[in-house]
Write a protein that binds this ligand. Structure first.
Ligand code: DLL
Length: 432
């Protein structure tokens, strides 16, 4: 079903007009209400009146995660705090997390965009959803939650953790739809002990998976093991959260909700726009956000665009699957991890060298991260790592990243040195 035919099936002329009007208003508002953007626009000699249509977007400045970090926590908000009614946060590259703020209007738009996604997957008020994305600072849980309520389906806010209890709820409550990371879905599938009988013992029919990269092979495996149809949902907290783009029944790329989130693809090196079909970095402008609107936000996600009309009738731009990142961010069990955060912990100890490798494996459908790091060479003393140092480092990593990592401390000079760019991350998950 199409949730909002008027907006999702607009002609290209109507769309162009709406996006242009929204961009004009956005730039005007930012110029007057956001010291950060006023300065950026002034540096480029741009006055609000210079932006006449959406085609002028390429004249506008880019925004990066670094801008958010530098202006932590509220520097990019463009309304007074009295208008902000929700905050979320995600991890930053080092030190400061990224804080995002929503007005009441933003939360209404978010519940609408998620409702559009859910309708495209064929969900309706007959469905009972288990949301196993984390509830809390992460946008996954609450983001899905209000969209599900919006379509009148039932929401069970399971959140993450406690798989045994979750499986019981799936059986006892007659849950029909599951929202979680694709890797957790696979893990659950194995825990559900899906013999044909058992699988048919549940009412599960639909899965909504995102927050991390996944493949067509994973889709097939999830569908087979759980006996469901699995759909992709894409999003990022800086732009809104889940529900920036979604698949439809044709599953031929993900529709970007482009009356709210305007997409471009640029070459990550030159930052020049790339044509349809060419892979590059996805850049998004929030056309209607009030709390923390962003101009040309560099997502660092690599994909391509198509403006071809989809058979489902929606006219929105579609993105291909995310093929990787233009930075070194890893997603481990749905959690964003930057090697620089790990390096920060290593240096903090004073007993370890910044020679390290991050090894990520997928065992029994669970991500496992090992940090292998060299012990500091000490004059005359042995180079044996103490268990205390190991557990202290692991605890600190957990504090900073929010996930467990195995710490392996090795003697000095054992990690291979590279000439040129060091390859610190060994990702054995084969997701691309
Ligand atoms: O992961 C929001 C979300 C929650 C999306 C639940 C979907 C479902 P962040 O924590 O800010 O927000 O992480 C955003 O995750 O830039 C991508 O690199 C990655 N990502 C999100 N969805 C997908 C997807 C949430 N469907 C970052 N496929 C993004 C591949 C994804 N990568």
């Amino acid at each position: 079903m199409i949730w909002n035919v008027q907006k999702e099936c607009m002609s290209s002329e109507e769309k162009h007009e709406l996006q242009s009007a929204r961009l004009r208003k956005l730039v005007n508002d930012l110029y007057h209400n956001s010291p950060f953007y006023r300065q950026k626009l002034q540096e480029l000699d741009i006055l609000p009146g210079d932006i006449r249509s959406i085609d002028d977007i390429t004249r506008l400045p880019f925004t990066t995660k670094d801008d958010l970090r530098t202006h932590y926590p509220y520097g990019l908000f463009s309304v007074p705090m009295t208008k902000i009614i929700r905050l979320h946060a995600s991890s930053g590259t080092t030190g400061n997390p990224t804080v995002v703020g929503y007005t009441r209007h933003d939360l209404t738009v978010w519940a609408e965009t998620v409702a559009r996604c859910l309708s495209a997957y064929g969900a309706d008020h007959n469905d009972i959803f288990s949301v196993a994305y984390g509830y809390g600072l992460f946008t996954g849980g609450l983001g899905l939650h209000y969209g599900i309520e919006n379509i009148g389906a039932t929401v069970v806010p399971t959140s993450s953790g406690n798989t045994a209890k979750h499986i019981r709820l799936i059986h006892d409550l007659g849950i029909t739809a599951l929202a979680c990371t694709p890797s957790y879905a696979l893990y659950m599938a194995d825990m559900l002990n899906t013999s044909a009988d058992d699988r048919h013992g549940t009412r599960l029919r639909l899965g909504i998976f995102g927050a991390e990269p996944w493949t067509e092979n994973m889709r097939r495996e999830i569908e087979e093991k759980l006996g469901i149809k699995a759909y992709n949902i894409y999003g990022l907290s800086e732009i809104m959260g889940p529900g920036v783009a979604h698949e439809c029944e044709y599953r031929n790329g993900s529709h970007i909700i482009d009356d709210h989130f305007y997409p471009e693809i640029v070459d990550p090196e030159t930052l020049r726009p790339l044509p349809d079909g060419r892979q590059g970095e996805l850049v998004i402008t929030t056309l209607t956000k009030e709390g923390m609107p962003l101009l040309r936000y560099r997502t660092k996600d690599l994909c391509s665009l198509t403006h071809e009309k989809c058979e489902c009738g929606r006219t929105s731009t579609r993105i291909s699957r995310i093929a990787g990142r233009s930075d070194d961010m890893l997603i481990v069990r749905g959690v964003n991890v930057f090697p620089s955060q790990i390096e920060g912990v290593i240096l903090e100890t004073g007993e370890l060298e910044p020679h390290y490798r991050i090894i990520v494996d997928r065992k029994d459908n669970r991500d496992e991260m090992t940090v292998e790091v060299e012990r500091r060479r000490e004059n005359g003393t042995g180079n044996v790592a103490t268990p205390e140092l190991q557990s202290k480092t692991a605890t600190r990593l957990h504090d900073i990243l929010g996930i467990n990592a195995t710490v392996r401390i090795v003697p000095p000079d054992t990690i291979q040195r590279c000439e040129g760019k060091t390859k610190r991350v060994i990702d054995n998950r084969k997701l691309h």
